[in-house]
Design a protein around this ligand. Structure first.
Ligand code: NAG
Length: 538
């Protein structure tokens, strides 16, 4: 009787405690400002005809880019549209084909996909004459093939006759077979003292130099692809390799150098002992996708990757606390600064780092935290200003907002816009700003972000389009974009055209219905850093 009583009390206590903490959470949430209060809805309406017109225009841009590639560059990595030939900047296995297939599947470009599938089946990943980047090869090739498999074995199997017994069944299975071949060819690069892979190597090398260094994005942007490969094949060796390397970023060996702020790291890591060599970093080049993948791994599998989530939260909170910064001339804008070490912050940003708004919004959605959503939308808005402020309506590769460093003759521009051109002002067909618009639209459903994306597309179509595909341009400070540089990057297919297509493609059109990227707060697919969607674990 006594025991029973005690147990009842315990149960009651537990019930009381749970009810109390739920109430607290609700109160806590309601104390956070709602998104609508901070960002009042624009009220912009777009009818289905307009959306279809836009989605078709993006498809047309894909077909145009593909036709130019096929005419002058296939089966090389990418088209050089001005000199009308191919280039091999990505190991020479036909990067544009593999980077492009997922977008073509979503657009249901049947003939293109058929050609791509047939080509991929023939690639010999055991041979390569070029230097290989572990990072680029993982995100473009491995990510591209695994994503195409997830799409074609899943929601698109009927469209492309890819189900059991149908004509493309073998070609689709070949995507996984080829992924194994590729990973098996690359995996010797993990064979170092620490297990941190070499960043660059040749297939013939046989062994890698352990006195080498790698960067945190090079180490921390492998785990999604190598884990997906393990999960699809049932062979755990691939995820083990990637996770072992990642361990040196989850727990830093020498935090006094390598972790200047909680969760925010230095850049270069030694392969022989896992120590950081420096304290500089941020969300731009060299660091970026390490942070991006922390939250994406948790979205991919909440059971296995809780520590990754916690690490993202640490980095995100430190970013808000130490790196968030408003230009003195435009206090309404928020950018994220970089650092040389914990005592030295640099007020500079880049097109690459503009993915961060989208990444915070993904974090805000999946963790159901308005704090990250609000911050994410502020950053999306800041990056939009770098597009809106230029005569070409495309943002520069690099920009700054340090009032003490404004170049001569740019004071007025800085007064008005809150940022100035710094270093390179070209545009390389990069996706990050549009990628963040996509996430902002998904979270808010505000058509304003579609308008921004359309404005960006029209500007790109006006300045980067050539007779045979699209090209990088030299100078976004000129209305016409200046000189046409000579490269149609494979990520143009994988990222820019995919995010553009998806943002205009919500109702009534196939892709979104089939894929259902988000249901409530639950993500059903997660994009790798090359915008290849992978099916998440349930
Ligand atoms: C893109 O550019 C082409 C070539 O100038 C043009 O024909 C097409 O109408 C443009 N697309 C849009 C949506 O403006």
């Amino acid at each position: 009787m006594f025991a029973l009583l005690r147990r009842t009390r315990v149960v009651l206590l537990v019930v009381f405690f749970v009810a109390g903490s739920t109430l607290y959470m609700l109160m806590d949430q309601s104390r956070e400002p709602s998104l609508n209060m901070v960002f009042p809805p624009s009220g912009i309406q777009l009818d289905s005809e307009t959306l279809k017109f836009r989605a078709d225009a993006i498809k047309e841009a894909y077909q145009h880019s593909w036709d130019g590639y096929m005419k002058y560059a296939y089966p090389q990595d990418e088209l050089l549209p001005m000199s009308k030939k191919g280039g091999n900047s990505m190991s020479g296995w036909g990067a544009s084909v593999i980077d492009g297939i997922g977008t073509a599947v979503l657009m249901e470009l049947d003939d293109v996909v058929q050609k791509q599938l047939e080509f991929i089946a023939t690639i010999d990943y055991t041979k390569c004459e070029h230097v290989i980047s572990m990072f680029e090869t993982t995100i473009r090739y491995l990510g591209g093939m695994l994503s195409a498999y997830d799409l074609l074995a899943g929601p698109y199997s009927k469209t492309f006759h890819a189900g059991k017994g149908e004509k493309n069944y073998d070609l689709v299975n070949k995507l996984v077979y080829q992924s194994v071949k590729l990973a098996d060819a690359l995996k010797f690069a993990f064979d170092t003292t620490t297990g941190i892979p070499s960043g660059y190597f040749r297939l013939g090398d046989g062994a890698v130099k352990s006195n080498d260094i790698n960067i945190i994005a090079g180490i921390g942007t492998l785990v999604l692809e190598w884990t997906r490969l393990s999960d699809l094949t049932g062979d755990p060796q691939y995820t083990r390799l990637a996770q072992k390397a990642q361990e040196y970023l989850l727990v830093v060996e020498n935090p006094e150098v390598g972790e200047p702020f909680p969760g925010l790291l230095g850049t270069h890591v030694r392969l022989n002992d896992g120590n950081f060599q420096d304290s500089f970093g941020g969300w731009g080049a060299l660091g970026d996708s390490y942070y991006e993948y922390l939250i994406k791994m948790w979205v991919y599998d909440q059971k296995r990757f809780k520590r990754y989530r916690n690490r993202w939260v640490e980095a995100a909170d430190s970013t808000i606390k130490y790196l968030a910064s408003s230009p003195p001339t435009r206090t309404d804008l928020v950018f994220v600064a970089e650092y040389s070490n914990k005592d030295s912050i640099a007020f500079r940003g880049s097109h690459l780092a503009c993915f961060i708004g989208g990444n915070f919004l993904l974090g805000g959605q999946s963790l159901q935290s308005n704090k990250y959503n609000v911050f994410g939308l502020q950053l999306v808005n800041g990056c939009h200003e770098t597009y809106a402020g230029t005569p070409s309506h495309i943002g520069p590769e690099e920009f700054g907002w340090d009032a003490t460093l404004v170049p001569g003759g740019h004071k007025e521009f800085f007064e008005k816009n809150g940022w100035y051109y710094r270093g390179e002002s070209d545009y390389r067909l990069r996706p990050e700003v549009i990628e963040s618009y996509y996430h902002a639209y998904v979270v808010t459903k505000d058509n304003k972000y579609r308008e921004w994306a359309w404005d960006a597309f029209l500007a790109i179509n006006r300045t980067c389009r050539t007779e045979n595909g699209f090209t990088s341009i030299h100078d976004v400070t000129r209305e016409d974009g200046g000189r046409k540089d000579d490269k149609q990057e494979s990520f143009w297919f994988a990222e820019v055209l995919k995010y553009l297509f998806l943002i205009f493609n919500e109702e009534g059109i196939q892709a979104k219905q089939k894929i259902g990227f988000v249901k409530g707060h639950k993500q059903r697919w997660v994009f790798n850093t090359e915008a290849h969607p992978m099916k998440v674990m349930v």
